[in-house]
Design a protein around this ligand. Structure first.
Ligand SMILES: Cc1cc2nc3c(=O)[nH]c(=O)nc-3n(C[C@H](O)[C@H](O)[C@H](O)COP(=O)(O)OP(=O)(O)OC[C@H]3O[C@@H](n4cnc5c(N)ncnc54)[C@H](O)[C@@H]3O)c2cc1C
Length: 384
């Protein structure tokens, strides 16, 4: 399973990850803790700032480098879910923020002094139907007053900044429902206790997701990103990068599961021979491997197109869909290969199994990707 793109970065990330072995993640999983030391190590090595341009203190590399980093993190058994959002969210500030915002936030983000980890889009009553969200930001002189609620805001307790999507014009007053939404940068340190309340949600895996309540939260108008009413487009604009990076994590997960399955199938002896000698054990592992390899090609193609500023929504969506399916197939094969031990915490298979399941639902569910392909790529009628 050799990978040649950014081989040196992969090697260095592997070395860093070796300092965070399975017991570290197992212990955090038990207490639903945040991997503070791991995120600090990634930050000080500069990996979370690879996409930030050099003029703002980052390394100015492309999406392929970021994908290689996240894939390697997952492949080693670590979990980039604690910090991956920074990589794709900073793009919103970079592409649509004012020069003052870029100067104010990007160097701090690159240096790790400002954590941009929280993304407030989903709401309890809107879900996948993003444009029906109800959180409202009312302009009041040189500030906005925000009221509403977000759900599944991951890492909210461990972020300094929240990228928030809110309505600024009621839905019944806009011609297109995608209009009238705006994006804000919320300083969480100031906001918590002053209109912003965070409530963690206990989930099947350790993802530090939260409910966020906004009650008359004051956000300075200078924190509006780009133009008022155009926020949905800015968020959509970042989706391709998000899809490709999450897909690369799924590729890494699939590799971890496959390595684990092969190692166990070669050593576990039942009926006097390795279980891996049975084709019934081999085939699901081999099939998941083939699925992963195919998805990996799409991830690379999507990253290449993205870096060349060419249209890549089709590739990004398909990469995310197929990579998430491949990691799930590899996870399923891994549990089956391990028999009863697949359920034992100390083997880490059950933990990674829970973790990788997420990616068929979030950040976008499989159905919505299929619906995108059907409508926008194949020209079938819109279903919703
Ligand atoms: C652990 C976790 C972390 C998350 N982190 C974040 C975060 O940081 N920030 C954030 O904003 N959000 C986050 N999310 C939210 C995530 O993006 C949503 O859960 C996801 O978009 C689906 O929305 P929903 O849960 O409301 O499902 P719903 O929209 O209620 O959908 C439920 C099911 O119905 C299906 N469905 C709905 N409409 C259609 C349709 N028209 N056609 C076919 N099928 C349909 C969906 O595919 C899904 O399977 C996170 C979610 C989880 C679980």
């Amino acid at each position: 399973m050799a990978d040649d793109d950014y081989a040196e970065i992969r090697e260095e990330v592997r070395k860093l990850c070796a300092g965070f072995p399975d017991p570290y993640w197992r212990d955090l999983d038990r207490v639903r803790g945040y991997p503070t030391e791991f995120v600090a190590a990634l930050t000080s090595a500069g990996y979370l700032a690879v996409l930030v341009p050099e003029e703002y203190g980052g390394s100015g590399l492309g999406l392929t480098a970021a994908a290689a980093i996240l894939e390697t993190i997952q492949e080693t058994g670590c979990n980039g879910g604690a910090c991956h959002a920074q990589m794709y969210m900073m793009g919103t500030i970079l592409r649509h923020g004012s020069e003052a915002q870029k100067q104010r936030y990007l160097p701090g983000i690159a240096a790790g002094e400002l954590r941009l980890q929280a993304f407030g889009v989903t709401e309890p009553t809107s879900g996948t139907d993003t444009t029906s969200l109800r959180t409202f930001a009312r302009r009041d002189g040189d500030r906005y007053i925000v009221n509403g609620q977000k759900v599944w805001t991951s890492r909210a307790e461990h972020s300094d900044l929240l990228l928030l999507l809110a309505r600024t014009t009621p839905r019944d007053q806009v011609t297109k429902k995608t209009d009238g939404l705006s994006t804000f940068i919320v300083d969480m340190k100031q906001a918590v206790g002053n209109g912003l309340t965070i409530q963690p949600i206990r989930t099947m895996m350790n993802h530090n997701s939260c409910e966020v309540f906004l009650d008359d939260l004051v956000v300075p108008a200078e924190n509006l990103v780009g133009e008022e009413g155009q926020g949905f487009r800015y968020i959509l604009d970042g989706m391709n990068a998000e899809r490709l990076l999450i897909a690369s994590e799924c590729i890494g997960d699939a590799k971890w599961f496959t390595q684990k399955s092969v190692a166990y199938a070669n050593t576990r002896r039942v009926f006097g021979r390795p279980i891996g000698q049975n084709q019934g054990v081999q085939f699901p592992i081999a099939l998941a491997y083939a699925q992963m390899r195919a998805a990996e090609l799409l991830v690379r193609e999507g990253c290449r197109l993205f870096e060349e500023a060419l249209p890549c929504a089709e590739q990004a969506n398909m990469a995310k869909l197929l990579a998430a399916q491949a990691s799930w197939a590899a996870a399923e094969a891994c549990v089956q290969t391990h028999g009863g031990y697949g359920f034992a915490e100390e083997y880490d298979v059950e933990r990674k199994f829970r973790e990788t399941r997420l990616y068929q639902v979030a950040p976008i569910s499989t159905n919505l990707i299929l619906s995108y392909l059907a409508e926008h790529v194949l020209g079938l009628p819109r279903s919703y």
